[in-house]
Design a protein around this ligand. Structure first.
Ligand code: F6R
Length: 631
């Protein structure tokens, strides 16, 4: 949700900033902009463009701004429409301060009102614009104390200003009077500093840094830093200088390569056999003596014994993975489990119950609602003395260095590698796998499944990589053909039951977010209680019909749709009953537990091909961003 990048050093800032922004565009693409301290003019050169980064690049193609210190931004609009005037960087009235920001300044209106009373003129509708004006005002005050015009003074000014800001932010600030310095700060929004050769580069996410260095210093919450070509000073909220060792980026945090695929999304769908292999390699250990497999999560699992119930907090696709997880944890492992939208949980949490495990699921590790909900749960549980109420936490994430990774010590790193396509695919698959691991672990500890049942499920998981490869091979062309017939439809209904109901929801979400076609998922048995009224020959129904206890009922529900003239697409193995489908997207016959991992593949491919056929920007769908770091 907005990407920021900032550099200082000895190399030209412009190409570094553009390169960084290219890697951050997945965070927002409503507008883009840069500001550089022009070393010839000793002033700030600022360039912005509405829309995608390519517009800014076009504007700048003949520019050669001299200067080695700069900031850049790619925007996902929150306050103020996606228009030129609202593009970052924002500049103060004197033109000497430039700021880029990712987050939301909740008290900006009060601050703006006060500044306007002082005669400050605003040029945008954004919350961010208050910041350069406030910094300038603060610098004017500091100048009366005879402080020098340098980075340290800018640091003091920014620190004083951020103490008045409410909400979350990651920001980077330039001051023309301190031409080699850069001040950056963060609260509940990510910021990482990369230590390059001849430059320091600070950004919202690792890909923007990885081209320059794989040595990074993640900034902690509420920290502020001064960067000059000579070094970095980091301070915490109490103004204590912080010293920490740099860490290396993993290879998977650096790679952003579309290979020969037309879109990242398709490439990431095709990554899934490897995602399965990675998970099996990382988390499945074979006891060579007993020949038995064990789930090997990287934390002490003793606390599993005392757990009596589970609450899972997530948003969007991660919530759908959590719903499959909840089904497994209840039906396979026998533990009462509830799944919550993070945005609901944080304002209306359920009453506290003892011996509860809280699981936060977020691929980015930065989703504001999920972070806030987990934070709230930690606080409200920690305030109770009874040790049965203490927080027991696990986070399932693709970014263990993210905010959630720093809040929660028990991390299941889904190890899916960077996902660039805004629509989550391989990370959903990897989140599902993480829940299979947890369900197996709990079933073993609680003794809710026989050893045979557990080892059957593990055997099915081991078989996944070639099965997924086959499914991709089989469905890529056929879903492209199907997309040709369906790319103009207006509504699609997805049906599933039991463990596959969340897969129906995920199929519908994938379709609507990248193709802008209205789609809704329902538990198949609910159709007749209302949604069936939507059906006619213009509304196709996609029914997930995995063999299970209620298979016949799923087929009857599909019949009911067919009787209303809907075109019926089945996601199922070929078997008795599936002949009712007008089109069958065949999946291999499998153990019911494992079926979501197979059924999701044709649904992802179908959504992808429909959106691609409509000529849409599959990787960067309108109005969306990859990590939603605002409420
Ligand atoms: C949909 C999608 C979103 C995210 C949601 C949560 O394809 O990607 O629905 O799943 O914004 O994001 P994370 O998992 O980063 O918390």
């Amino acid at each position: 949700m907005c990407g920021i990048v900032a550099v200082t050093g000895y190399k030209k800032a412009l190409p570094l900033l553009i390169n960084g922004l290219e890697k951050l565009e997945y965070r927002g693409y409503d507008s883009a902009g840069i500001a550089i301290i022009n070393s010839e003019k000793n002033s700030i050169s600022c360039n912005k463009a509405e829309g995608k980064l390519k517009n800014l690049k076009n504007n700048l193609k003949d520019e050669n701004i001299p200067g080695t210190v700069g900031i850049g931004h790619t925007r996902w609009a929150t306050h103020g429409k996606p228009e030129f005037k609202n593009a970052h960087p924002h500049i103060d009235g004197s033109g000497t301060i430039a700021v880029v920001q990712n987050g939301i300044i909740e008290n900006f209106q009060d601050l703006k009102n006060k500044l306007e009373k002082e005669g400050i003129i605003f040029n945008s509708d954004t919350d961010t614009e208050v910041i350069p004006h406030l910094i300038k005002r603060e610098l004017n005050t500091l100048s009366k104390l005879n402080l020098e015009n340098n980075g340290s003074t800018l640091l003091v000014a920014v620190r004083n200003v951020i103490s008045d800001l409410e909400g979350s932010y990651a920001l980077a600030v330039l001051w023309a009077d301190a031409p080699t310095s850069l001040v950056v700060a963060r609260r509940q929004a990510p910021l990482i500093i990369g230590l390059g050769e001849g430059e320091f580069i600070c950004a919202s996410d690792t890909p923007a840094i990885a081209n320059f260095t794989n040595i990074i210093l993640p900034m902690e919450d509420e920290e502020i830093a001064l960067l000059t070509p000579l070094g970095i000073e980091i301070y915490d909220i109490n103004n204590e200088r912080q010293y920490r060792n740099p860490v290396s980026l993993k290879v998977s945090e650096q790679i952003m390569d579309k290979m020969n695929f037309k879109h990242y999304m398709l490439k990431e769908i095709y990554d899934q056999p490897q995602t399965a292999k990675n998970w099996l390699e990382n988390y499945l250990n074979q006891d060579l003596e007993k020949g038995k497999y064990q789930i090997n999560y990287p934390f002490d699992t003793k606390f599993f014994e005392s757990i009596e119930r589970i609450e899972i907090i997530a948003c969007g696709t991660s919530k759908h993975a959590a719903m499959v997880g909840s089904f497994l944890l209840e039906q396979f492992s026998g533990i009462p489990t509830n799944v919550f939208y993070a945005s609901e949980f944080r304002y209306s949490p359920p009453p506290l119950l003892p011996n509860t495990l809280t699981i936060g699921v977020t691929q980015s590790g930065e989703t504001a609602d999920t972070i806030a909900a987990i934070d709230m749960e930690i606080k409200r549980r920690s305030s109770i003395e009874d040790k049965n109420f203490k927080p027991n936490l696990i986070a399932i994430t693709n970014r263990k260095e993210s905010s959630i990774g720093r809040m929660v010590s028990n991390i299941i790193d889904i190890c899916a590698g960077i996902e660039v396509g805004v629509a989550a695919t391989k990370t959903f698959f990897a989140q599902l796998l993480s829940f299979y691991g947890l369900a197996i672990k709990f079933a073993e500890i609680k003794g809710t499944q026989s050893i045979d049942e557990i080892s059957n499920l593990i055997t099915e998981l081991i078989k996944l990589p070639p099965l997924i490869e086959d499914l991709l091979e089989q469905h890529n062309k056929s879903s492209e053909k199907l997309a040709h017939d369906f790319f103009n439809i207006k509504d699609v209904i997805f049906l599933g039951r039991g463990i596959n109901y969340p897969i129906a929801l995920e199929g519908a979400l994938k379709l609507k977010e990248i193709s802008y076609i209205h789609a809704a998922g329902y538990p198949a048995g609910e159709m007749k209680h209302g949604p069936i009224a939507l059906l006619d020959k213009k509304v196709p129904v996609i029914s997930i019909a995995s063999p299970c206890e209620v298979f016949d009922k799923v087929i009857s529900n599909a019949q009911e749709a067919k009787a209303r003239d809907s075109y019926l697409i089945g996601i199922a193995p070929e078997c008795n009953g599936t002949e009712i489908f007008d089109y069958l997207m065949k999946v291999p016959s499998s153990n019911e537990w494992i079926s979501p991992l197979l059924n999701i593949i044709p649904l992802q491919l179908l959504s992808y091909h429909i959106a691609a056929h409509r000529g849409l920007d599959v990787d960067q769908p309108r109005n969306l961003a990859k990590s939603v770091t605002v409420e």
